[in-house]
Write a new protein. Structure first.
Length: 67
């Protein structure tokens, strides 16, 4: 149920805050990919988690823009 709580938090944020979260998530994904390429990343499932969070943020932004 962590994702449900995360989605509720996203729905309570403004579009500006969501855009900032999106930029931060993309930076985090870049850092994770870099660590993975240099074999410094121990938990590779974090890449998938961050990718899904980026998709969730983009979905909420799109829904708010349409409303």
């Amino acid at each position: 149920m962590k994702s449900k709580k995360y989605i509720d938090d996203l729905n309570n944020k403004s579009i500006e805050q969501l855009n900032l979260d999106l930029v931060n998530a993309k930076k985090e994904l870049f850092d994770l990919r870099l660590k993975n390429a240099t074999n410094q990343l121990e938990n590779t499932s974090m890449i998938n988690t961050v990718r899904k969070n980026i998709a969730r943020i983009q979905t909420v932004i799109t829904l708010k823009q349409r409303a």
